[in-house]
Design a protein around this ligand. Structure first.
Ligand code: MLC
Ligand code: AMP
Length: 503
């Protein structure tokens, strides 16, 4: 095959007159029409001067056109780099610069802010809004509806997804065509997706979950998606009777359970609910079954590896666990200091190897070497434990990471911003239980001198530098941070102290 990713997910649906995207207003886009739209975007990309291997950074609202841009990158052999729409210009410029993107696609409303960022990096700026407008669309719509697919090999890069790190500097995880395809193939089979499936898609499409799990699976199976711009309960209730399956972060499921309209009848048409990206409380799993009769299927994955582990489709979906390694993927629990595999039942760091594991971090060979072993095992930084039946549980994190509503937040990145502010001596950022988001962010600040901190000024600085979801939902000022004898901040003590912040 000349281009495995494009051919398998998109090209083979050319001329297929069945629905692919069912939109909020009830209108539909067929697979055939989507392939044609993608070809037009492929022309727009190459007209902008890009060639295979070039990066396309996109901070765009969820829309059929945004998904078509991903398909167009596959068809042109360019590397798709989707970015969270919540990122501030300060965050965005790092990604564009670090990746050396040749094309930046952004919202027309912020084109004036994006232009200097693109110019500084020598990238072309085009726009795409959430309603099918923008300069990229203008280029696309006058272009032919077929495009000669660029040859690629399975090992060629398909996407960069940036993931933050414990040092505060984001790393571009390089994913190959085969990383994506091998994982999609395993999941379609495991979760029994077919052309008859209609997936309720309310996730963002700038992360692994909404893009490479949800969309790729539907494309490979040849099914359809109810493609909602965001998670909104009214839209979800309207979509449930048309859908067969749904993927979501735990917040989706707790929000559904929080609404009395969510009943056994409301979910009658569904065959499968899948959860991931953050821990699903066993209690949510049980409540969900009581209310609907469905057992949520929980799985575990990450940006660098796509999906690794899943509860079974047919066998017992065990609450509080993520199940078994996917076919073709090896998973072990290891001693963090020696890397030796631990006996069953012991807690250690989860390591993963398989065709799904990424190629490395862009331009960061040392970081890659720290996390990706020579024998191909990736050190996830998550702590896990196998039970006697082989089910894996995620019991904690070896990395200082907060997961809020399915978004990863690295405390270090927030602390670096807080520490720079006038009147702040130092800071510590922690995650504590939050009823809606699972974990909520608390910033603990130490003043340089009594009264030196202006909390409003700090909030303004955060708004300037950090995406909204990363900004602490509570800020507290203290005299000093608790430290152990080595001088290390004891975040466990802070977590206990501020545990009830969002109760
Ligand atoms: C929104 N806010 C958040 C937030 N989402 N704050 C913390 N964490 C979040 N996840 C902010 C908003 O800016 C707003 O701020 C306030 O919280 C309330 O917003 P909301 O309207 O209630 O939120 P909503 O827009 O409904 O979004 C919540 C959400 C969304 C859960 C639907 O965050 C979401 O779609 N999350 C999915 C993330 C995801 O796809 N993760 C997959 C990563 S891939 P204010 O102050 O202005 O009111 C991965 C690998 C794997 O992890 O295994 O899958
Ligand atoms: P990301 O880097 O955004 O891809 O997030 C990946 C991280 O999400 C993993 O390293 C885990 O910490 C977490 N994660 C994903 N799925 C689950 C799950 N089912 N249970 C607990 N944590 C999860």
């Amino acid at each position: 095959m000349p281009n495995p990713l494009y051919d398998t997910l998109f090209g083979r649906h050319a001329g297929q007159d069945t629905p692919f995207l069912i939109l909020r207003d009830g209108s539909e886009i067929t697979h055939a029409a989507f392939v044609e739209m993608a070809a037009q975007f492929a022309h727009a990309i190459t007209t902008s001067g890009l060639v295979a291997g070039d990066r396309v950074a996109a901070q765009i609202h969820k829309s059929p056109e945004a998904l078509a841009l991903y398909a167009a990158c596959a068809q042109t052999g360019t590397v798709f780099l989707p970015l969270n729409t919540a990122y501030t210009p300060a965050e965005l410029s790092y990604f564009v610069e670090d990746s050396g993107a040749k094309l930046l696609v952004g919202d027309p409303k912020v084109a004036d802010t994006l232009k200097p960022i693109a110019d500084a990096c020598g990238a072309v700026l085009e726009t795409l809004d959430g309603a099918g407008g923008g300069t990229l669309v203008d280029l696309a719509k006058t272009s032919p509806t077929t495009f000669e697919t660029v040859d690629r090999e399975a090992g060629d890069l398909a996407a960069f997804l940036y993931t933050s790190g414990t040092t505060g500097r984001s790393k571009g995880a390089m994913l190959t065509q085969n990383n994506l395809l091998s994982n999609t193939e395993a999941l379609v089979d495991l979760w029994r997706f077919t052309a008859d499936d209609v997936l309720l898609h309310a996730l963002p499409i700038f992360h692994t979950h909404g893009l490479f799990v949800a969309s790729n699976i539907t494309l490979m199976a040849g099914g359809a998606m109810v493609f909602l711009p965001a998670f909104n309960l009214d839209d979800v209730f309207a979509a449930l009777p048309k859908s067969t399956s749904m993927m979501g972060v735990p917040t989706f499921y707790t929000r559904l359970l929080g609404d009395d309209l969510f009943t056994r009848d409301a979910s009658e048409h569904m065959r499968l609910f899948i959860s991931g990206s953050a821990p699903l409380l066993a209690e949510t799993h049980v409540q969900f079954e009581d209310r609907t009769g469905h057992r949520i299927l929980e799985r575990y994955g990450m940006t660098e590896t796509n999906m690794n582990v899943s509860n079974p489709y047919d066998g017992e979906r065990r609450a509080g666990t993520v199940g078994f390694a996917l076919p073709g993927t090896e998973v072990k629990v290891c001693d963090p200091s020696t890397g030796e595999t631990l006996p069953q039942g012991e807690i250690g760091v989860i390591e993963v190897r398989g065709p799904n594991v990424f190629k490395g971090y862009w331009n960061m060979p040392e970081k890659t070497a720290e996390e990706l072993r020579d024998d191909g095992f990736f050190i996830t930084g998550d702590l896990g434990q196998f039970d006697a039946d082989g089910y894996l549980s995620i019991v904690g994190r070896g990395k200082d990471l907060i997961i809020s509503g399915g978004y990863n937040i690295y405390p270090k990145e927030i602390e670096l911003v807080l520490d720079e502010q006038d009147g702040v001596l130092e800071s510590a950022v922690i995650g504590v239980p939050h009823g809606d988001f699972g974990e909520g962010v608390v910033g603990v600040l130490v003043e340089q001198s009594k009264g030196s901190i202006d909390v409003d000024a700090i909030k303004a600085a955060m708004a300037e530098n950090l995406a909204r979801f990363k900004q602490p939902k509570r800020l507290v000022v203290v005299d000093e941070l608790p430290r152990n004898t080595m001088g290390k901040v004891q975040k466990n003590i802070l977590r206990d102290t501020y545990n009830d912040s969002f109760a």
